[in-house]
Design a protein around this ligand. Sequence first.
Ligand code: 16G
Ligand code: MG
Length: 549
Amino acid sequence: MASVNIENLNTLSGLHPKPENVKFTYGTAGFRMKAELLDSVVFRTGILAALRSKKLDGKVIGCMITASHNPAQDNGVKLVDPMGEMLEGSWEAHVTALSNAETNEQLVDIIHSMVSSLKIDLTKPAKVVFGRDTRPSGEALAAAFVDGLKVLDAETTDYGIVTTPQLHYITRCLNTAGTPEAYGEPSAEGYYKKLAGAFKTLVDGKTKLSPLTLDCANGVGAPKFQEFVPFLGDSISVNIMNDDVENASKLNLNSGADYVKSNQRAPVGLKMVPQQRYASFDGDADRIVYYYQDDDSTFKLLDGDKIAGLAAMFIIDLVKAAGIDSISVGVVQTAYANGASTQYLRNTLNVPVSCVPTGVKHLHHEATKYDVGVYFEANGHGTVLFSPSALKTIHSAEGSSPAQAVAIRNLRAFSDVINQTVGDAFSDLLFVETILTQRQWTPKIWDQAYTDLPNRLVKVVVQDRSIFKTVDAERKLVEPAGLQDAIDAIVLKFRDGRSFVRPSGTEDVVRVYAEAATRPETDELAFRIAGLVFDYNSNGSGLRPREFI
Ligand code: 16G
Ligand code: MG
């Protein structure tokens, strides 16, 4: 078994010193923080990516350098496993340990202990591909990543500026090439061809909808969607806005899916026209939300829950129409899903609904338990997974009538238009547009499936968020002791009241979610719970926010 070339490691690591007094954690979104702190972390993530590839016998590992919807000065890094899914959970601790080693000796020790405990054969090849979003800090961080790969002589390809889902797609294509599960051509062009081809099949012969206005948050989605447009031809009209990627400070500024969802208002620069369709991507194009303005000028959001409902409804109908309703459809949500959406799915669509903790990896994993698993976070991150056996059924079915044959063809194209690796704003956009086109629905008709309960999200700054421990898909607190009982006692007093408290995985805060029958009741519930949380953790110090009741 070969060993690590320590001299080489020392030289390369010397180029990427760890900042003192910073503790790094690989969380739900990988490493994410101020870009200026990330050089050593990204270098070490390169080492880990190479180790992971060797462990998996030379399978290709992906790496995306992005901080999604965070402001321009931040950046981040996230690893992608061979089938395009998130890095396996147990490796998060290894990459965290590597990133926190204080000296080169410690770094070597951790690598050696991983090699022995995980039985990694260093003579195996390592292959790692990477890409980045439009952030100015991305280029230097990519160079640090390449230095990390050099420590273990990994083979690599730089895919340059891509969306996060494109990098996931490419990783899966590379690992499945030449197998029965071959996913497509491993390039941005291959991705465009696959999605556009499937979309054109789905809308063929249907009356085209009015143009969609698309806010790209001045992020990577803008140049990439421009690149995509020629492949789509005249099958769809999209007016792209907030596409200034030259001026980095504009990235995600008052725009994008996160802004629109959190503020329930249109992005900067958009003058809405009633009943027209609008959509917003986030900064790395793995989330999307839709919205429109009603005739009375109210802003109406069609978020991840609404998209999940639309997708589930459509697939259930299609599976029935195809005569293959042996295929089970299920939906996966988190506790943030609006209670009205869960009721709609369970009671109107009659589909099973699972609730899992926040973070795509949890949703993705649960969705693989269904033949067709629809998963969405309310914030607009999600996709639809088709199990291998469902795909087999869909591809072998012939149908006993022309109508069944059409439904089967549509199901096949639908499975191709949907990115199977991760939530993908481009692919989600195309499947929403497919459904609206096939039904000739306006956003208002889509919205009528159910009416959202008013809801409110409040951030509470506490001394130590790690003391908040949850169970039951984050819907109940077990620590601090007694707090959940106090929450329950308050919630009981509100009609249709529901509230839960969880520590954020990405910010140093505790989040409080509340919903109730009316807006005033919802606000009162949210702030009463927030006040309670604050009191439990403030030790009497700090200023109690005035709005907390
Ligand atoms: C990350 C997650 C996202 C989740 C969010 C919650 C991935 C790829 N991203 O951005 O799914 O909604 O964290 O943030 O898993 P929070 O823990 O701060 O509420
Ligand atoms: Mg994102």
